[in-house]
Ligand binder design. Sequence first.
Ligand code: ZN
Length: 141
Amino acid sequence: MQVDNSFFKQIEHIGIAIKDPEKSIPIFNLLFNSTPYKSEAVVSEHVLTHFYQCGPNKIELLEPTSEESAIAKFIEKKGEGIHHIAFAVENIEQEMTRLKHAGFQFINEIPKKGADNKLIAFLHPKSCNGVLIELCQEIAE
Ligand code: ZN
């Protein structure tokens, strides 16, 4: 019998849009009493990410590096703040198929390489009650 491992394992991270890292990073450093364990550019998305570990979960600060960035547009429209919630999945392709059959729309139809060694896909907020949801699968090293 095939085991169905298609489900959300846990909240992997919460993405927060920031405008000015010199202003925002010290606030989060104080809040978490630590500094980002990693800062990584995602060139294709025009963002610089900064990660904090909070127990089993992470906080991902998203800093736009150009006007074209979806994060720059988000900040312009809604201001800084929570941008998305990312869920860890075992098998992203399988989970995308399940969700598409259930009527959910994806922003990217094919999983792409995201920050922090992950394959990622975003569900359209229109199909998730206004919430931008990211699925991510750890890439085996
Ligand atoms: Zn994310």
